[in-house]
Design a protein around this ligand. Sequence first.
Ligand SMILES: N[C@@H](CCC(=O)N[C@@H](CS)C(=O)NCC(=O)O)C(=O)O
Length: 276
Amino acid sequence: MPSPLLTYYSAWFCPYAHRATIALSHHAASVSYKWVEALGWEKRPSEDANTRAQTGEPEHDSYYHWKHPDLLRITDGEGLIPTFQDEKGRVVKESLMAVEYVDDLASAVGDPATRNTPLLPADPAERARCRWAAEWANKKMCSPYYTMLVRTDVDERRRAFDELLESLAWWGSQRQGTFYCGDTLSAADIAPLPWAARYYILEHYRNFVIPRDDAQLAGFHEWRDAALALPTVASTLPDRDRYLDHIAKYADASARSKVANAVRSGRGAHDLQEDD
Ligand SMILES: N[C@@H](CCC(=O)N[C@@H](CS)C(=O)NCC(=O)O)C(=O)O
């Protein structure tokens, strides 16, 4: 069966979309797509007048997302990436599901002779373990990244970093091979990988260094180094300086995105709500 052409609404900087990009890169032999750069920043006077009134903050400019009109149209105005649209117009969104969707497509339409390894194990219990780990990583290895960047209380940031280190140690110890589900990359690995690839921002903006020589973290480093060295992953990594410049808007509190708004209001990045 020929591979359908997906329209992939994405953005070069977005770690959530990066999950889908890694899945597409892994399954490049089976799934074809057209990338649409669908999100960017625009600087406008800050709209959060209530917050300013409460904190006494001076008038300032903030960065808001501009969104591709087609993305807004097919997502009823929500406009989150990653979003896929297939040739029949059907929409798939939410990054963890997008990864599974690409994997399902590869097994449905990919040529078995050239298809890459599946991202989810076939065994039901192993599959459930892998999905559970992806959700866990989303909360424990991805959301703290935004807490450290966006929250202003230094103790809260430090607590988030300490918790992150505990999570990294746990993750490294749970692997069933080089990677989480064995010796090939899985959907569980892809869940935290875009953030693990960007943890350098924590040192750059918050002076939080993930120690290299701590025995508890050896498994995490082994996992991270092996995953980032895969050509299908290495080819997807954003330029470091360009990304540092992008994420400065979170570090200096001028970003107004759904994730930044959720974290500013005291929730986790994984807990977006309608009005964020
Ligand atoms: N839960 C979503 C989150 C995706 C998300 O927040 N993506 C950001 C870009 S990194 C976005 O689309 N932001 C648009 C906005 O904040 O309005 C997922 O996992 O796909």
